[in-house]
Write a protein that binds this ligand. Structure first.
Ligand SMILES: NC(=O)c1ccc[n+]([C@@H]2O[C@H](COP(=O)([O-])OP(=O)(O)OC[C@H]3O[C@@H](n4cnc5c(N)ncnc54)[C@H](O)[C@@H]3O)[C@@H](O)[C@H]2O)c1
Length: 383
């Protein structure tokens, strides 16, 4: 194979974005040949093969790979259908709506190890997070002791929620701000510092909007080495904050307002404490501004990596199977909040699936759906 024949299933906000950069040849050795949407009109793609059924596109023989960009619940079924048909799959985030479904999808991918399975976690291609990862992996921060991410600049209006019947419902989405907007941040968090061991979530359901799922969250996390963290998110807060702070024994990294700063302890803080002769002294610090560029087309960069993985065996930046971690974090924060208890990880995905099914069965929300003015999806991407 010299070129990957790509199909897109789901042509809503993000599916159209994928179609645009692929049609503009921003990914080399990849040709968009087919698109599918079960409901939206497909006439804007006159030169492509069109389908209204995702499985029909997968089985058509017209494509080598697909990007699955439907609402979350279909990611598992369509993802499994693609893998079973030998069609390489790039699954939008979240890879599934809940952990047990993610396990089903991953089990299918293990049965077909030659079929490439990627997860659309484009934030991993952002130079700022790659710098942070490099610093952590090089030991520049020492041992991680505290992580705080105030991640409340995901403001969404009632019109946004009314733009799709599936949005912000237990049945259609399986969760709210955690599973949808800040799932990228949850993925990045665990990609940088690993999964915590215990989580206690405090979630407010429909605090700011007429929805039944969480739109305001504060969660406490604890890692095996004793590191602690707080993750805060909201779709109701304006102007909103995006401040990511990682503290290690060798210093503090802060990412905020498009700046990354490292305040570096000259001496490891624990070592300093154990050897200092005075009581009120602190390690000397160096303040280092770390420059970075913004990725221009992060989704295209990740799809390029996916195509290179198919054609050349290049390692994936975001293997699909790693997508289970962000799903688990999103699920456990809500589950812990509903239980009113701290939950140990790995969580019981079956128990959350059962609880989610009860929430779906008990839903009384009459979802208002209305047409909304077209917006530029790119303005919704956060870093
Ligand atoms: N990676 C990112 O930056 C990013 C950004 C936005 C959305 N997303 C993810 O992409 C997915 C879609 O989000 P969206 O905002 O584009 O939603 P959307 O509602 O705008 O679009 C979904 C599209 O899928 C179609 N669809 C629904 N069921 C289908 C089926 N069974 N087969 C084929 N088509 C079907 C709908 O008609 C609709 O056009 C979500 O899972 C979301 O989390 C990712």
């Amino acid at each position: 194979m010299q070129n990957v024949r790509m199909g897109i299933i789901g042509l809503g906000n993000i599916g159209k974005h994928h179609a645009d950069y692929l049609s503009n040849h921003k990914v080399s050795r990849c040709e968009l040949v087919a698109v599918c949407d079960a409901y939206a009109p497909l006439d804007r793609y006159p030169s492509l093969k069109t389908f209204t059924d995702g499985e029909a596109l997968i089985k058509s023989g017209a494509v080598d790979a697909v990007i699955i960009a439907t609402p979350h619940f279909q990611h598992t079924t369509l993802g499994i259908a693609a893998l079973e048909a030998g069609v390489h799959a790039m699954v939008e985030k979240p890879i599934s709506s809940h952990k047990a479904d993610a396990e089903r999808l991953i089990a299918a991918s293990r049965r077909y190890p030659k079929v490439v399975f990627g997860g659309m976690f484009q934030m991993r291609t952002e130079p700022r997070y790659q710098r942070v990862q490099k610093l952590i992996q090089a030991g520049e921060l020492g041992a991680i002791v505290r992580i705080n991410w105030i991640n409340t600049d995901w403001y969404r209006t009632e019109a946004y929620y009314a733009s799709g019947g599936w949005r912000a419902t237990w049945k259609g989405e399986g969760g709210g701000v955690l599973l949808n907007q800040c799932l990228h941040n949850l993925d990045t968090l665990q990609w940088l510092v690993g999964m915590p061991q215990r989580v206690r979530g405090f979630c407010q359901l429909g605090r700011f909007h007429q929805i039944e799922v969480e739109d305001n969250v504060t969660a406490y996390l604890e890692w095996a080495n004793g590191a602690t963290g707080v993750f805060v998110s909201s779709t109701g807060e304006a102007p909103g904050t995006n401040r990511f702070e990682i503290v290690g024994t060798r210093g503090r990294l802060v990412m905020e307002n498009d700046q990354l700063t490292f305040t570096r302890n000259e001496t490891d803080m624990i070592q300093f404490s154990q050897t200092a002769k005075q009581g009120f002294v602190k390690p000397e610090v160096w303040n280092v501004g770390i420059p970075f560029e913004n990725a221009k087309l992060p989704h295209a960069n990740l799809v390029q990596n996916f195509v290179n993985a198919i054609l050349d065996g290049e390692p994936l930046i975001a293997p699909g199977a790693e997508g289970i971690h962000s799903v688990e974090l999103a699920n456990v924060m809500v589950y812990s909040s509903l239980l009113g208890e701290t939950v140990a990880l790995p969580m019981d995905g079956g128990a959350w699936e059962k609880r989610l099914n009860q929430l779906i069965a008990g839903s009384k929300l009459e979802k208002k759906v209305m047409p909304v003015e077209a917006t530029d999806i790119a303005s919704s991407f956060r870093r």
